[in-house]
Design a binder for this molecule. Structure first.
Ligand SMILES: C[S@@+](CC[C@H](N)C(=O)[O-])C[C@H]1O[C@@H](n2cnc3c(N)ncnc32)[C@H](O)[C@@H]1O
Length: 308
């Protein structure tokens, strides 16, 4: 706040002529001359302190008068900063690393890894585990996710994960099971991220990858739709990056009226309800929901409030 007033003050260094009129004329020099030495000092001091006060008022006047213009400028700058800020969230691993950093997560699980160099190795977190029945590089758990969770249950494993990234078999019923199992092992403030929630076209969301699709998201969106329709105890949004990264946390949401049978969910239904069904948000909106507005915005909000 102080810094901003300082900045505004510097920007305002050249006071417009109309605003200079707010200044009061200085006290005439002979006022003090007529009094004795003490009187002169006190009178001069009084005059200068009055002048200082009036100058202060004049400056405040200038500050307040120039606030709307300044605020527009600050808003524009802030918007620019916000878009720059959201550029830092373009890929799934950016989002995952952001969640690790901002929430202080230490335990990460990735379901479906394939090439660990693409995502798994990029996650900067204290402890990570990976599950994949056919990874391209050696991994901890070479098995299907169902078997991994059965093993966890059998071992009575108490370990919890703060962050689970689900990117295994892209079929709705498997994704639904992966979410349910992950929720059972999710720490209280934990988060699940699902890749491929937002198919760009009908072919991409075909049940099977036939080698002709440029991108294949599978039917992940249908599992997402069912959770949006049935789980009021979760908080869910899809960040509109990298084919849709769904973010799931414990919390609350208003359930969206969608069919709950996967075979009744048509692509047409998705296209007509995409934004609300997925609860689709841009990276910038996600950051702002997270309270991650730029420091400049916070300062400019303070300036606006103080100016009122
Ligand atoms: C799309 S790739 C994963 C991509 C990786 N997460 C990334 O960000 O680059 C899908 C992987 O899921 C694995 N997979 C298939 N069925 C699975 C299952 N039932 N459980 C766990 N992983 C599975 C496949 O072997 C494949 O390596």
């Amino acid at each position: 706040m102080d810094e901003m007033i300082g900045t505004v003050g510097r920007i305002d260094g050249a006071i417009p002529a109309s605003h200079r009129d707010c200044r009061v004329p200085e006290a005439p020099a002979d006022d003090g001359e007529k009094a004795g030495p003490e009187g002169r000092i006190s009178s001069h001091s009084h005059a200068s302190s009055t002048a200082r006060q009036q100058e202060m008022i004049a400056l405040l006047c200038v500050f307040r008068l120039s606030l709307p213009g300044r605020f527009t400028y600050i808003s524009r700058m802030t918007r620019l900063l916000e878009s720059w800020h959201s550029l830092t969230l373009r890929k799934r691993y950016h989002l995952l690393n952001y969640l690790v950093r901002s929430r202080g997560y230490t335990r990460y699980l990735e379901i479906g890894v394939r090439n660990p160099r693409i995502t798994f190795n990029r996650i900067r977190v204290a402890r990570k585990e990976a599950v994949d029945p056919a990874p391209l590089a050696p991994l901890g758990h070479v098995m299907r996710s169902d078997d991994f969770f059965s093993m966890m249950d059998a071992n009575g494993r108490a370990a919890e994960f703060d962050l689970v990234f689900i990117d295994g078999l892209h079929l709705a019923d498997q994704v639904e099971r992966d979410v349910e199992n992950s929720l059972r092992y999710l720490s209280p403030g934990g988060t699940i991220v699902l890749h491929d929630c937002n198919p760009p076209n009908e072919e991409a969301q075909a049940e099977f990858f036939d080698g002709t699709q440029k991108v294949w998201t599978g039917t992940v969106w249908k599992a997402w739709a069912k959770l949006r329709a049935t789980r009021a105890d979760l908080s869910m949004c899809v960040v509109d990056i990298d084919l849709g990264c769904g973010v799931v946390q414990r919390g609350s949401q208003t359930c969206y009226p969608a069919p709950v049978q996967f075979d009744q969910m048509t692509y047409r239904f998705l296209t007509s309800n995409r934004r609300e069904l997925l609860n689709l948000v841009s990276a910038a909106q996600f950051l702002s929901l997270e309270g991650r507005t730029s420091p400049l915005l916070k300062v400019s909000e303070n300036v606006l409030l103080t100016g009122r």
